[in-house]
Structures are given as structure tokens and as C-alpha cells.
Design a protein. Structure first.
Length: 354
């Protein structure tokens, strides 16, 4: 009875928003279909769930958009109502600033659900040379600034990989990767660039003395065409590698699995990305994937709660489920049970620490 009353209250709130002619988040006409937007990495998983949900539940097929994690969360946080997504797909956790923006715009009940794991791969064309990259090689090859003489930081002078590490090929540094709105890029900076920078004594000392400056330098990629932003479509990066000999690409593990005939992943610190190394954390660039659900839309947008439970079902997110076939690395059984309980109870998240 309580859930029915809550759903009715939410419906009334959305109808009131829809009646307002202020051009705000709820001013558009009501819609019947579910709407999820965000990460390009989560996109194929959400699309697969949408296809299965549409076949079994009937009704309007869920709309899934690939806007990048930042773009999806921004749209999600614009307010409550039919002109805003019900779900934000994310390849990193929501930031404190994003959570605050949601709260400011009336999105007060957000359910954070971890759906599984993914790895960020650094890949080359299948017929390209081999790289055994260290984390510090990523920073030294791709950072806009690197340590110079004394306490100075200088524009990155490296033009070939063997200048970064003599054990690497004498190939031009040319890496295609995701843009600033992408959760894949955020995760690459957090898991690859920053830990790589910290292995250098000058950067480790900087982190101790001025953590904000350390983060700025470690997270700022080159702007001289050594790093090339390539949009939110990871498939486009895969295709670029086959057309650009010697180049490297940064994208999600799921896209590697779908394109093993044309590209190959390079090792990081001697570890190759695989379902096993991502699940156990031994691969350095492993990360968690999420969906964020607008609880205020549950009971108002038809089928939203059922769609979320389909996403977290054993047949979908479980080991051997259809999302694993798409490249998702499943959560361990106990962790999946915990996340499923959150989804079932629609437990709102607390504000992120940072």
C-alpha cells in the first residue's frame, strides 16, 4: 500500500510538472517509454537489456542513448519529468558535484546500482607491433607536462615510444581515445595516468606537497596530436586503428572482445586484460560500471522498475548471462546479490565523498 501511495504521489508530481509551461524539465508531454542515456561503454549492455525487455514485457521499446557518462548524468540531473532520462548509464561513479546538481534541480532520490566490471584497454591493430606498457609509460607518453630540470615541469618532448621507454617500439606516439565527456577517459586518467605519474619521484613529491597541482598535471593530456579525441563511439576508434598503422587506441574491454579479429590489447605492467584479470583486479585498468535510476520516475514511467530488475537478473548480469556474452565482466555472486537488493528496494544513494 505504501508503494502504491508513493507511486501515486510521484505521478501527481510529474503531471504537475508536465502542466507547467515554463520550458523546464517537466514541460514536455508525458512519454510512455523508458529512457536511458550516458556511457558509450554501458550502451551495448543497456541496449541488449532493452531488446530483451521489449520482447518479454511488450509496450514501447526503451530508448537508449550514447552521450558519454558526463553527458548522460548532466541530462539526468536536469530535473524530474518526462523530458529528462529515467536512467543515467555510467562507466565511473557519480561525482559529488554532479550529485549536488541533481539535488539542486529536484532529483533527490537517486539509486546507484553497480552492474558489473569492465577494463580499459590500450590496443593496436592485430598486425601491429607489440607493446608491454608500464603505467608510467602512459603518463610519460601522454601527459601534456612532465618533470624537467629541478622542480620545473616542461611540455612533453617525447615524439616516439622508445624515448619514453627504450624497451618500447620506435613508433610515433599517436593515441586515439575518448573525449572529456567520457567516463572511459575519466577512468583512464584515474587508473592509468595518475598512478603512472606517482611512480616518478618528482610527481610523488608533488603529490605530497600539492595534491591539487599533482592531479591537474597527471590528468591533463597532450594537445599536440599525440593524444587525439575521437568522439564517444568506441567502435570508431577500433576502426581507426586498422586504418592508421602504428597508432594505439583507448576503449572498453567489451569492444575489444567484439573486434578480436582486427585489434589486440597490449599488456599493462605485464598483465593482459581478460575476464579473469579484470574481475580479480590484477589488471591495472579495471573499473566498475553503473546505472543511476531516478526513483521519482518509478511508478510513473511504465515498466521502469521491471526494466531495472531485468538489468540485474541472473539471466542478464549473472555469470554466464547474456550481458557477459556482450563483454560485461560479471560481479561475484555475493556482490551481485547486494546490488540486486539495492535495485529491488530502490535504496537511494548517499552523497559521494568527492
Amino acid at each position: 500500500m505504501t508503494r502504491i501511495l508513493l507511486a501515486a504521489a510521484s505521478a501527481a508530481a510529474l503531471l504537475a510538472l508536465g502542466a507547467c509551461g515554463d520550458g523546464g524539465a517537466g514541460s514536455q508531454a508525458a512519454r510512455s517509454g523508458i529512457w536511458a542515456a550516458g556511457s558509450s561503454t554501458v550502451f551495448p549492455f543497456a541496449t541488449r537489456v532493452a531488446e530483451n525487455f521489449s520482447r518479454t514485457a511488450g509496450g514501447s521499446a526503451p530508448r537508449v542513448e550514447s552521450l558519454g557518462t558526463g553527458g548522460g548524468i548532466k541530462a539526468f540531473c536536469q530535473g524530474v519529468g518526462p523530458s529528462t532520462p529515467d536512467i543515467a548509464n555510467a562507466s565511473r561513479p557519480m561525482k559529488a558535484s554532479e550529485f549536488a546538481e541533481c539535488q539542486k534541480n529536484g532529483v533527490t532520490d537517486i539509486v546507484e546500482i553497480k552492474i558489473g566490471y569492465d577494463g580499459i584497454v590500450v590496443a593496436t591493430a592485430r598486425d601491429g607491433g607489440g607493446f608491454n606498457l608500464r603505467l608510467q609509460d602512459l603518463y610519460l607518453g601522454l601527459a601534456k607536462e612532465v618533470p624537467g630540470e629541478g622542480d620545473a615541469f616542461v611540455a612533453n618532448p617525447a615524439t616516439t615510444w622508445n624515448q619514453v621507454n627504450p624497451a618500447l617500439p620506435a613508433q610515433r606516439i599517436q593515441v586515439y581515445g575518448p573525449p572529456p565527456t567520457s567516463g572511459t577517459r575519466d577512468a583512464f586518467l584515474e587508473l592509468g595516468m595518475a598512478p603512472g605519474a606517482e611512480r616518478l619521484p618528482a610527481m610523488a613529491a608533488l603529490k605530497q606537497a600539492d595534491e591539487d597541482r599533482f592531479e591537474t598535471i597527471a590528468h591533463t593530456l597532450r594537445e599536440d596530436n599525440a593524444w587525439i579525441d575521437s568522439g564517444e563511439n568506441d567502435n570508431a576508434i577500433v576502426q581507426t586503428l586498422t586504418r592508421t598503422p602504428g597508432s594505439l587506441g583507448v576503449f572498453g574491454f567489451s569492444f575489444l572482445e567484439q573486434n578480436m579479429d582486427t585489434v589486440k590489447a597490449e599488456t599493462i605492467d605485464g598483465v593482459a586484460p581478460s575476464v579473469e584479470t579484470i574481475a580479480d583486479g590484477s589488471y591495472p585498468l579495471a573499473r566498475s560500471l553503473y546505472i543511476y535510476v531516478k526513483k521519482q520516475h518509478v511508478g510513473v514511467i511504465p515498466g521502469l522498475e521491471q526494466f531495472v530488475m531485468e538489468f540485474m537478473s541472473e539471466a542478464s548480469a549473472g555469470r554466464g548471462g547474456y550481458l557477459q556474452d556482450r563483454g560485461l565482466v560479471p560481479l561475484p555472486a555475493d556482490e551481485l546479490a547486494t546490488q540486486r537488493a539495492i535495485a529491488n528496494a530502490l535504496t537511494p544513494m548517499q552523497a559521494p565523498a568527492n
